[in-house]
Design a protein around this ligand. Structure first.
Ligand code: FAD
Length: 467
């Protein structure tokens, strides 16, 4: 059994599959290159006395704008409180309040404070710390530093993975393979994701012939730090949950108190304000001295950029943040190819629909990763033989980034999408990143409506209003 990717989805799968032997592929050390280790705000779960899973389900369905799979939403959200128990048992140290109850933060479009966090704004790093320790203590899990380059299949399903590490090429037979390779933000010029998050799992799955779903739905986070670099550091929504507000260079609070509206709504408002020639800032000064203790990692990010959030507004801009679409999977994480599973951001379970509710992704990655691990462990293995072929070229996102940012951003229209297709198509046969960009663009062109995070300038009325 093989797992490709060592973020939260991959690690939870490997642990859940134990004691069944698992080979876990990750290009570098566990945690490196994983968005999981960068996640800040936290993990949503309805554990408060004032909360219930029915409310969390309703919020998730509303954000998804009519395109969620209601049974997936119910299944995953209802598993949330149990997941918290599991993570505590793995040793995750969530923050607690004065009474030693688990502290709960508020994020956009959640009816109740239900975001569990750790070390203030280092939730993902803390969960990864505990899971990596658990993986190291589990003898059935072998970690191999390698990159999956190709999925082999035959008429009966998956037969193995072609992987490489430096110059070394490996043909690894496996009749059960989980893709847990994360997101696609690295296909864009402006993104909060690790630059290596270029949808490698989606490229592997597409090339193997797996069904992909909802590729056009990409969430843009309204508050990436407006800076130069291979990625834009995120200023978590939790900062607005604690009282920060949008202002422009004139001091105008242009969101008029609606700062915690759903992400797509806020990202469009910030984009429109910038397009009208304004600079946009997040004014965290109302949080005062508490900022440094509640958000230590964001404080460090700001300090690096020479900004003191206690006295200065933080310059922000929208950036590609999360992919709602992915490999279409069932409740077990099984794709349309027998033996090929997907979990975490690379998968499309139906939880997010057209727009993800904040902090539902760590929840989904952990729950669905574990479910896929259990499902794979319960399947009978079969012997497979692999042909000795050379690996395809590594995908190269660089020539794709400006095209995606120009035409697949917060606002789209048929003219721009058609231009993107013309630019991506010639690169697609030899470059997997262009091939994936092309698939995303074709999906965006085909959906001639504005819904959730997919806003078509040429079809502006939101057919399904996202809250
Ligand atoms: C800055 C930031 C903040 C976020 N904050 C939150 C938050 O507060 N709450 C929340 O719910 N969500 C948040 N998210 C989203 C969330 O972090 C991700 O959706 C989630 O962590 C994805 O987990 P994953 O296991 O699917 O993928 P990842 O954690 O990205 O792990 C994927 C792994 O696969 C490896 N990989 C990729 N391709 C290959 C290959 N070909 N071969 C081998 N290995 C490969 C990568 O190197 C990586 O280690 C945030 C995301 C970012 C970028």
């Amino acid at each position: 059994m093989m797992i490709v990717g060592g973020g939260i989805a991959g690690l939870m799968a490997a642990l859940a599959a134990a004691p069944a032997p698992v080979l876990l592929l990750n290009p570098a050390g566990l945690g490196e290159g994983a968005a999981s280790a960068w996640s800040q705000g936290g993990l949503a779960a309805a554990i408060g006395a004032d909360d219930c899973t029915a409310l969390h389900i309703a919020d998730t369905l509303k954000a998804g704008a009519g395109l969620c799979d209601a049974s997936a939403v119910t299944r995953i959200i209802q598993a949330g409180p149990g997941l918290i128990e599991t993570l505590l048992a793995y040793g995750v140290r969530f923050d607690r309040d004065g009474a030693q109850n688990l502290a709960r933060g508020l994020e956009a479009a959640h009816a109740r404070p239900r975001i569990l966090h750790a070390n203030g704004d280092q939730t993902g790093a803390e969960i990864m710390r505990a899971l990596i320790a658990a993986v190291r203590a589990t003898p059935s899990i072998t970690v191999l530093h390698a990159t999956a380059r190709h999925i082999f299949t035959d008429d009966a399903g998956v037969t193995g993975v072609l992987a490489s590490a430096g110059e070394q090429v490996m043909h690894l037979p496996a009749s059960r393979v989980l893709l847990a390779t994360g997101g696609i933000g690295g296909l864009f010029r402006y993104s909060t994701n690790p630059p290596s998050a270029i949808g490698q799992g989606l490229i592997l799955a597409a090339d193997a012939g797996a069904r992909l779903k909802h590729l056009e739905f990409i969430q843009f986070h309204p508050t990436a730090l407006d800076s130069n670099g291979p990625f834009l550091p995120l200023i978590s929504e939790a900062v607005r949950g604690e009282g920060a507000r949008f202002i422009d260079e004139t001091g105008d609070a242009f969101m008029h108190g609606d700062d915690l509206a759903p992400r797509d709504v806020v990202a469009r408002a910030v984009f429109a304000h910038q397009a009208a020639g304004h600079q946009v800032f997040l004014d965290a000064r109302p949080i005062g001295a508490r900022f440094a203790t509640r958000f230590p990692a964001i404080s460090a990010i700001c300090a690096q950029a020479g900004i003191d959030p206690q006295t200065q507004p933080i310059p922000v801009r929208p950036a590609a943040h999360y992919h709602m679409g992915g490999v279409a999977v069932d409740a077990q994480g099984q794709s349309s190819i027998p033996g090929l599973f997907a979990a975490g951001e690379v998968a499309c379970t139906g939880l997010h629909g057209a727009n993800r509710l904040a902090s539902n992704s760590l929840l989904e990655a952990a729950i669905c990763g574990a479910q896929a691990g259990r499902a794979m462990a319960s399947l009978a293995t079969r012997a497979t033989r692999l042909p000795a072929v050379a690996p395809p070229p590594l995908p190269n996102a660089e020539p794709v980034r400006d095209i995606m940012s120009a035409h697949l951003g917060v606002l789209r229209d048929a003219e721009g999408l058609t231009r993107a297709i013309t630019q991506l198509a010639p690169m697609a046969t030899t470059n997997g990143a262009a091939r994936l960009g092309l698939l995303i663009t074709q999906a965006a062109l085909t959906r001639r409506e504005s819904v959730g995070a997919h806003m078509r300038r040429d079809a502006p009325g939101l057919l399904h209003q996202a809250a």
